[in-house]
Design a protein around this ligand. Structure first.
Ligand code: AGP
Length: 609
């Protein structure tokens, strides 16, 4: 999703802007640009493609200025090219924008008809620039013009606005797309996320929807759309620079896969109670009586977060005895949801900014549903709007493909399941067994990661595959779905995932000697059932990659490509089974030469519908 950066202060703004854009590359983009104001003039430099193209152009042009804005664009309206890249200008006004102006066509028609405005690009953003420019002709201040323009806008925005006649000011506004204000003694920073300001300041405030920030060197003021002054509590960013660097790995994705023993330990720290066989979660903000009266979970998420919720369904139903419904946020938000005061809405999201997920949260709250967020990014919109929450503590997840966050999202649901389950049907004995299983996870995950060379060798055999099928049963079916998504999104190989028992109802027709099939067959209660499905696959000649339990030598009769995971509790086994799939997808993608950390067409946080 688009990345936005702004700086107004006493230093040359360009290095701050370019550095901030580089920090936000992970969000996914197809063009980039900056604007600098100096001496009553605005210099705009923008290029299609990677930030290196922009940096080369800046080296040649050497624009200067102590006030500036920058943008990485993930195309919504208009193809990725230099004309459609941000910043966009209209007269003295220059803007960058993340979001969608839904009524841009009507506004554009009016600007052309009533004000004779001419447009260069296909973007909705350029329409907003002209609207602000028209308002500025009669409004006494830039902030008044921005407010007046945004009151006519339908849609979402995080927008930074410059007026070259007011060179020491940036006016910012947000609705539906993230925007924070970074505070330093002699400068103000504006950014889509905290990674862009690390190293410049650790003091931030997070803007809320329908707010405007008026920023000058070292000072800012926030007003709402009724022009009322707003105050937000300053937060301290706890991220360090090394958390957003590759630390010697070839890709962020490999770093984030390999650091899971640490991130698992981080999410568990201080939250396990072995004696009572339960968890301690500080942020639930829920009266335990609610857990006695609640009648169901409704879990909502997108992509990997949705699959984590699907896996949680198998675990939470067993831990709590409550039904768990799991919904794609993009579907849920437009249905007539059947929820009531006894439903616990669980919002699963790494970024906390996914538009469909955020909209679903707001729909649940409108219907009086209690909400619980399982979120990684501190201070994100979802984290600030849910009734209670469990932070994932997975650290910044820079690679577009989500790996360590998936693991943390599943663990967070087990922690919630312990807390609620132990207040309902889960016995202390069963709770203790789950706590022990969680405590064993970091070392068990490490033992799988130590097999990375073997997994790399197996992946090399399948780098030219055109299709891959993933089959798993029960709690391993969501793992099959997640494994299929991982391979699909970073290697561009077509993948499908099915419950193993479902294969004979159609998908078995796809199986031939060419088709690689990832088959989850660890030791568990359904082992014998899963074996018979495996026999059906072998009988039709599929190229099997089997994930099984250490010591199960029988699997070698079916394939040379068996990846072993440690024997584990039924609730942590799916987490372990997913780890080799992350590495498998990574190595296949690397051998195919795709852009592993920023796969084509994808964005890290989809803040538009
Ligand atoms: C997963 O690898 C993808 N990057 C994508 O499906 C992602 O999980 C989805 O967009 C949800 O993002 P969120 O967790 O930040 O809400």
């Amino acid at each position: 999703m688009c990345g936005i950066i702004g700086y107004v202060g006493k230093q040359d703004a360009m290095p701050v802007l370019v550095g901030g854009l580089r920090r936000m590359e992970y969000r996914g983009y197809d063009s980039a640009g900056i604007a600098l104001v100096s001496g009553g003039h605005t210099a705009v430099v923008k290029r299609k493609g990677k930030i290196t193209n922009l940096a080369d152009a800046l080296t040649a042009k050497k624009p200067t200025g102590m006030t500036g804005i920058g943008h990485t664009r993930w195309a919504t309206h208009g193809v990725p090219n230099e004309v459609n890249a941000h910043p966009h200008q209209a007269g003295h006004i220059t803007i960058v924008h993340n979001g969608i102006i839904e009524n841009y066509a009507d506004l554009k028609e009016r600007l052309i008809k009533d004000h004779g405005r001419k447009f260069e690009s296909e973007t909705d953003t350029e329409v907003l620039a002209h609207l602000i420019s028209v308002k500025r002709e009669k409004d006494e201040s830039l902030e008044a013009a921005v407010l007046s323009a945004l009151l006519e806008v339908e849609g979402t925005f995080a927008v930074l606005v410059l007026d070259e006649r007011d060179p020491d000011k940036i006016v910012a506004a947000r609705r539906g797309s993230p925007l924070l204000v970074g505070i330093a003694d002699d400068a103000i920073f504006l950014a889509s996320d905290a990674t862009a300001v690390i190293g410049h300041t650790d003091r931030v405030v997070y803007m809320e929807d329908d707010e405007i920030a008026i920023c000058t060197p070292g000072k800012y003021e926030i007003i709402d759309f009724k022009a009322q002054h707003k105050r937000h509590e300053e937060q301290q960013i706890k991220l360090e620079l090394k958390a957003i660097e590759k630390a010697g790995y070839d890709h962020f994705l490999l770093k984030e896969i390999m650091e899971q023993p640490k991130t698992i330990a981080d999410i568990l720290r201080g939250r396990l109670d072995l004696d009572a066989g339960t968890s301690h979660l500080g942020g639930l903000n829920t009266d335990p009586k609610f857990y006695q009266q609640m009648t169901r979970f409704l879990t909502i998420g997108c992509g990997t977060a949705y699959y984590a919720g699907l896996l949680g369904q198998y675990l939470l139903e067993r831990m709590t005895g409550l039904p768990v419904d799991v919904e794609f946020a993009s579907e849920f938000r437009y249905r007539e949801p059947v929820v009531n005061g006894h439903t616990l809405g669980m919002i699963v999201t790494q970024s906390g900014e996914t538009a469909d997920t955020l909209a679903s949260l707001r729909e649940l709250k409108r219907r009086g549903t209690r909400t619980l967020g399982l979120v990684n990014v501190v201070g994100s919109s979802v984290a600030r709007e849910v009734d209670g929450g469990v932070y994932l503590h997975a650290g910044p997840e820079i690679s577009v493909a989500s790996t360590k966050a998936f693991t943390a999202q599943v663990i967070a649901q087990i922690l919630v399941g312990l807390q609620i389950g132990r207040s309902r049907k889960l016995s202390a004995t069963d709770g203790k067994a789950i706590v022990r299983a969680l405590e064993a996870l970091p070392a068990q995950v490490q033992s799988i990661l130590d097999q990375h060379e073997r997994i790399k060798a197996i992946s090399a055999k399948f780098a030219d595959a055109k299709n891959v099928m993933y089959l798993g049963r029960d709690a391993l079916y969501p793992v099959a779905l997640e494994g299929a998504l991982k391979l699909k999104e970073i290697s561009y190989i077509h993948t499908e995932a099915y419950p193993a028992g479902e294969m004979k109802h159609g998908p078995v027709a796809l199986i031939d000697e060419e088709l690689p099939i990832v088959y989850f067959h660890p030791k568990n209660d359904l082992y014998d059932k899963t074996r018979s499905n495996l026999e059906e696959v072998r009988a039709r000649g599929g190229r099997l990659i089997i994930v099984g339990t250490e010591g199960d030598e029988s699997l070698k009769e079916f394939s040379d490509d068996v990846i072993y995971i440690p024997d584990a509790h039924a609730y942590t086994q799916p987490i372990l089974a997913n780890i080799p799939m992350q590495l498998f997808a990574y190595y296949v993608a690397v051998s195919r030469g795709t852009d592993v950390d920023q796969p084509r067409n994808l964005a890290k946080s989809v803040t538009v519908e």
